[in-house]
Design a protein around this ligand. Structure first.
Ligand code: CA
Length: 205
């Protein structure tokens, strides 16, 4: 019964906390998107323990995205093994101001972020309209997976992270690449699907 209880999310799951596959891990502090430079903190880090040892899927949720000109904003995710994926770049344009917007990046989303208009809450594929933008140290520079449509990129969460571990530090690097306006993010969260290897911790009584 011990294992069964854990799978049902009751009883002994207090031992594992956020250990079950598919659960989310969230940042503890907001991100200030400073005009024309790196955000603060840079990176924003989430420490994952007890997550899947072999990832099949990743979802990143952003909460409270606020920026008067979202086109400025670039976001790259770097996993525990150093693998980097561009999540956002060049989306939105003039008259596309975002205020407290929450949305999610997922390989299974139908839509990409729009290039020239604002967007609403919902799920989007990682999207960049710019390439070769530099995320300065300790960021990954210009070495990150390109999800496109820039340069016909095809990188996804799966192509970047499948088979790697979720456990360790996940870093979100946010840069504002153009002068004139700034913004903020209230929080970001990351969740996984994969092999829930932590079940091996549970004993059968
Ligand atoms: Ca700016």
């Amino acid at each position: 019964m011990h294992i069964a209880k854990c799978l049902l999310g009751i009883g002994c799951c207090a031992l594992s906390g956020a250990a079950l596959a598919g659960s989310g891990f969230c940042s503890s502090a907001p991100i200030t998107i400073t005009d024309n430079t790196t955000a603060s903190p840079y990176p924003s880090a989430i420490s994952v323990t007890g997550g899947p040892g072999s990832i099949t899927g990743v979802t990143v949720a952003l909460a409270g995205f606020t920026h008067p000109f979202p086109d400025d904003v670039g976001i790259v995710l770097v996993g525990p093994t150093g693998l980097a994926l561009r999540l956002q770049g060049g989306a939105g344009d003039a008259n596309s101001a975002a205020s407290g917007l929450s949305y999610t990046f997922s390989d299974t989303a139908t839509n990409t972020l729009p290039d020239l208009t604002g967007w609403t809450a919902g799920a989007y594929k990682p999207t960049t309209y710019y390439g070769a933008e530099n995320f300065p140290a300790p960021g990954p520079g210009t070495t990150y997976g390109n999800p496109g449509p820039f340069g016909a990129g095809t990188a996804t969460f799966a192509s970047t992270y499948a088979g790697t571990t979720s456990n360790g530090t996940w870093n979100l690097y946010v840069v504002d690449f153009a002068g004139g306006d700034a913004g903020s993010l209230s929080q970001w969260c990351i969740s996984f699907t994969g092999t829930p290897v932590m079940l091996q911790r549970f004993s059968v009584d």
